[in-house]
Design a protein around this ligand. Structure first.
Ligand SMILES: [Ca+2]
Ligand SMILES: [Ca+2]
Ligand SMILES: [Ca+2]
Ligand SMILES: [Ca+2]
Length: 443
């Protein structure tokens, strides 16, 4: 099988003149780009080249459901988040991916791709695993992954020496039973996690606000997640920004309600997180603002979203919490859909985050179209990014893009997944690059 070349496609998107001058400031570093002019339209969907890309960029399948089809019979494999083995022997060679399926008899799975040979296999799978979401390589050489369901578990995999099979999977309840998504680790070995819950509008058993918090786990011993203390972010200020502090420790087994009881800030559906330098960035998905419910008699009720998603930044030194990217402040509000007369490309339902090779924050929308944005970590006096640019957009009418990720060993390739594609067996991991020649040794 050699479908990689067949699926390669040089983007022919017209250069966005308005963005050309901005790109000279160096957003993306070695991955610098001229922003695309607007979001992709589903009418332009090409399953062999699903992303609308800046001029000069190409896209390749790394591994999709034609290589490994974990869920057969036309069921989507729901590729979610990615990491490579970032440390240790053969660092950078293997890519690990969570599969976010729910309610399937086989249960959730984590898969692995050997980026040298192309071999792809299931790393772990269990009938009890559900909605597997975040994944993170630890500095001590293990792999963390977690469930997104309420009270979901966080697991740690010890790998065998071949790095393609698991020796042991540990449940790590001390890190918190939460609707997990993003996971990140600071230089001291503290683990940051979130509760993906609409804390402001859904709350807990009718009590609002409740849940939707941001948490810090401090292990008793570096690299040992079996015991430690769990804290929740409290913020003194309006709308979840202002002066923050970690409060606790709290009971990890009831982390949502215990966090709220301790004074934790409830956000409206936090999802992915990313530490860059001394700041923790958190995507608050919070959208779409236009979602409405028909409550009968021709009356519509708006769901109470205040924004179409924002990213906050938490300075881990002085605990200042700021709005880093917010529609209408430093990125346009999204209006309508591509093809609509009044359509305006903008920012909606930000979900996955990653760090670019030059330390910018990459942000990916859970939206159709699913856009990928880059934001400079240079900020104004209010903590807002000085520059936010549109890198790419997904044409697939059924899919969201997930799992944006740069390997520390390849500064020229952005990995991204297509999740719940409208195409039969169309879920998979893609590589976006400007590099010439063979993309993979196994090509
Ligand atoms: Ca499938
Ligand atoms: Ca999620
Ligand atoms: Ca958008
Ligand atoms: Ca997500």
């Amino acid at each position: 099988m050699n479908h990689f070349k067949l699926k390669a496609c040089v983007a022919t998107v017209a250069m966005a003149m308005a963005g050309a001058a901005m790109a000279d400031k160096g957003l993306g570093g070695p991955f610098h780009f001229k922003p695309i002019n607007e979001s992709a339209a589903s009418a332009d969907w090409d399953p062999s080249a699903p992303f609308k890309l800046p001029k000069g960029y190409k896209q390749f399948v790394v591994s999709d459901e034609t290589d490994l089809n974990i869920y057969d019979g036309g069921r989507d494999d729901w590729h979610d988040m990615n990491t490579v083995n970032e440390t240790g022997p053969m660092a950078g060679r293997f890519m690990y991916r969570t599969h976010e399926v729910r309610g399937v008899p086989e249960g959730g799975a984590v898969s692995v791709v050997d980026l040298e040979t192309g071999e792809t296999r299931i790393l772990v799978q269990d009938v009890s695993y559900t909605a597997l979401d975040g994944i993170r390589w630890t500095p001590w050489g293990t792999l963390l992954f977690a469930e997104e369901t309420s009270g979901g578990r966080l697991f740690e995999i010890e790998l065998n020496a071949n790095l393609m099979t698991a020796a042991t999977v540990h449940d790590r309840p001390a890190v918190g039973r939460l609707a997990h998504e993003g996971i990140d680790i600071d230089s001291e070995g503290n683990v940051y996690v979130i509760d993906e819950h609409r804390g402001r509008s859904q709350g807990c058993n009718g009590v609002v606000p409740c849940g939707g918090g941001i948490y810090k786990f401090v292990p008793d011993v570096y690299g040992d997640l079996s015991s430690g203390a769990l804290y929740v972010l409290k913020v003194n200020g309006a709308d979840g920004v202002g002066q923050g502090e970690w409060v606790g420790p709290i009971d990890p087994m009831t982390a949502r309600t215990a966090g709220t009881a301790a004074g934790g800030q409830s956000y409206q559906r936090p999802e992915d997180i990313e530490i860059i330098a001394d700041k923790l960035y958190v995507a608050i998905t919070e959208g779409p603002r236009d979602a409405v419910t028909d409550i009968g008699s021709g009356e519509l009720e708006f769901d109470g979203e205040l924004y179409e998603g924002r990213v906050i930044a938490i300075d881990l030194n002085n605990m200042a919490v700021t709005n880093f990217v917010k529609p209408g402040v430093n990125v346009p509000v999204e209006i309508g859909r591509p093809g609509d007369a009044n359509f305006q490309t903008g920012f909606d339902s930000v979900d996955n985050l990653a760090e670019s090779p030059s330390g910018d924050l990459i942000m990916q929308e859970d939206n159709v179209p699913s856009d990928i944005w880059f934001a400079s970590t240079e900020t104004n006096e209010f903590g807002a990014s000085e520059q936010v640019e549109l890198f790419a957009s997904l044409t697939d009418p059924g899919a969201e893009g997930t799992g944006v990720y740069f390997s520390p060993f390849d500064r020229h390739t952005l990995y991204v997944n297509v999740q719940h594609s409208a195409a039969q067996d169309g879920d998979g991991t893609w590589a976006i690059t400007r590099k010439h020649g063979k993309m993979f040794k196994f090509d």
